[in-house]
Design a binder for this molecule. Structure first.
Ligand SMILES: [Zn+2]
Length: 274
């Protein structure tokens, strides 16, 4: 038992021990990273959703089966799936009642359990091995947007957030899409000039207010945007408020058009076309 009386006699000993402890910790950190590296090579990739070993793609066959890939029929404007084929070019109620600033939005999959796990793993767990698969699916879903596009612009993070997270997941996806389609990425054309609250838990109108005026094309980047057909790239589309605010900023900078391509979009239910 050590009491307050013993403190002075322990202080010099701790002073002596501290550098030693640091050295031991540094040695342990260095030595444990070697077997860990070997382990990373030896172990197969685990399915991001069910943790079963998987060859290559990051999602096992069973979890793949649970993903809902979005295909036609869908609203030509918002990309929301319809329950039946209404005929060419028909729009959803949402697209008519509350048209967005962007022209068209497309998503590879519905934002359900497996898709959510993939997005979170890419964003927060450094599972960048998922990006090639996700980007490839996006390139396929957004083919008609990409066929006529001049530039890909990832939705930017505020610099504070990109520092803490180290990289922008939308930028990673945009690079993959660019590699597959040869549409160039223009990474700094759009800037987040205001740190915004996380959109999670906010209502639709709160989300719109939260991101209003949060994005800007800096004057020195306007020439990269003016007259260009732009595809905005993001990981998830929820209410669409963020990409809408981005599209407004790009259109203010005289972009010819802005389309939106995301990995996953929230779909409340399959819609009946009007
Ligand atoms: Zn799985």
């Amino acid at each position: 038992m050590s009491g307050p009386d013993e403190a002075p006699s322990q202080a010099p000993r701790n002073w002596f021990r501290k550098p030693l402890r640091h050295a031991v910790n540094a040695f342990l950190a260095a030595s444990t990273s070697i077997p860990r590296l070997a382990l990373n090579i030896a172990l197969p990739t685990l399915c991001v959703s069910c943790r079963e070993p998987v060859a290559g793609e990051g999602v096992c066959a069973s979890c793949w089966g649970k993903l809902s890939f979005i295909a036609r029929p869908y609203c030509e404007r918002l990309g929301i799936p319809f329950v039946y084929e209404p005929g060419p070019g028909l729009l959803s109620m949402e697209a008519i009642a509350d048209p967005p600033a962007y022209t068209r939005a497309r998503a590879a999959v519905r934002y359900d359990d497996v898709a959510r796990t993939m997005v979170h793993a890419l964003k927060y767990q450094d599972r960048t091995d998922l990006a090639p698969t996700m980007g490839r699916w996006m390139a396929r879903a957004g083919q008609e947007l990409l066929d006529n596009a001049d530039a890909l612009i990832p939705v930017p993070l505020h610099w504070k957030r990109s520092w803490s997270r180290r990289y922008n997941q939308s930028g990673t996806l945009a690079k993959i899409i660019s590699r597959d389609t040869h549409v160039p990425v223009v990474p700094d054309a759009l800037r987040r000039i205001r740190a915004t609250e996380q959109q999670i838990g906010l209502s639709r109108s709160e989300r719109a207010r939260n991101v209003q005026g949060a994005f800007k094309v800096p004057p020195e980047k306007k020439s990269l945007v003016q007259g260009r057909r732009i595809v905005l790239v993001d990981d998830v589309l929820t209410s669409g408020a963020t990409v809408d605010a981005c599209a407004r900023a790009l259109l203010r900078a005289k972009a010819a058009s802005v389309d939106v391509l995301v990995f996953a979009r929230v779909v409340d239910s399959f819609k009946t076309p009007i």
